[in-house]
Design a protein around this ligand. Sequence first.
Ligand code: NAD
Ligand code: TYD
Length: 335
Amino acid sequence: MKILVTGGAGFIGSNFVHYWIKNHSGDEIVVLDKLTYAGNLENLSAVADKIKFIKGDICDESAVSEAMQGVETVAHFAAESHVDRSILDPEAFIKTNVLGTHMLLKKALEQKVKRFHHVSTDEVFGQIDLNSSERWKESSPYNPRSPYSASKAASDHLVRAYYQTYGLPVTISNCANNIGPYMFPEKLVPLAITNVLQGKKIPVYKPGNQVREWLYVEDHCSGIEAVLTKGRVGETYFIGPDNPEYSNLEVIKKLLKIMGKSDDFIEFVGDRPGHDQKYALDHGKISKELGWQPKYQLDEALENCVKWYTENRAWWEKVKSGEYLKYYEQQYAKR
Ligand code: NAD
Ligand code: TYD
């Protein structure tokens, strides 16, 4: 089978490429990636001879046509993915996440691909009250609250529209927050680990009681594999962990404990505008229907992350210099 992985040089996309090569060695993999600030060819260097890499924008019709040649399955990861950046500059999010997804759908239909899998997020459902024990289901109403989640919600709707209107064989997965190797160190967990390794404090948005579900990225990859190989066309599946509920502050304290550091590394900073309080998914459908279960608990996932970032200092030191510094200064200057 020939599979096109968009955004394959980013965090989850590159982990998926590694996972797919390991578990589906006979398949041909094409990666289409614009190499934005978040895309890094080093994430794919170990498998460079096993894939075809095309540098291109998913909004660019000719790049997408080239990448889609002979493809049977599309796994669509490419996106602008960071909420804080979407607050500073929403436009790139609308272009890539909405218009780019539409370009891929249009070309997938023309090429008669057998499966278009769209990788989405729990954030499209909005937020859950901190005191509530509600968990979203695939049928829950959409209520995005940030430019990032609004653009992902729009892309989910377009994917469904292509199924309903044109019969494109689609599937969608909405996943919880991921952590793992190759994660860009502007998101909470890799930012915290790399800051501590640099002797810097961890900025925690006040009051730190917000709740996310944290999934080890390998579990996300196996969830997408389950949907691609066993999922029903036209369906949406949630992918999430089985951990107890932890606040951001509790997660940071766990990390500091693993790293043998005191809580003095915590620095409370001003909150994110419109900060979603809590996300929680009920992943019963994928478990019951496709037999998928997450393998990793949070402690093991965090330990693996600390180990990876400690052993791969050259990778993130390069990432954290240059362009990233400008963002970091803008993001945390006035908080
Ligand atoms: P990332 O920001 O690390 O990587 C995104 C990749 O897409 C980069 O390689 C980038 O160069 C590429 N890209 C961006 N714009 C592009 C364009 N116009 N054309 C081609 N390539 C482009 O993101 P990630 O964290 O790996 O997320 C991947 C997908 O998973 C996204 O769709 C995201 O919404 C979704 N998701 C992420 C999480 C998470 O915790 N990170 C959770 C749930 C869902
Ligand atoms: P993030 O990793 O940006 O993912 P998302 O906003 O998509 O869930 O943030 C995870 C949580 O951590 C979120 O509640 C915001 C919070 N956070 C901080 O407290 N400090 C930070 O510096 C960052 C980046 C996030």
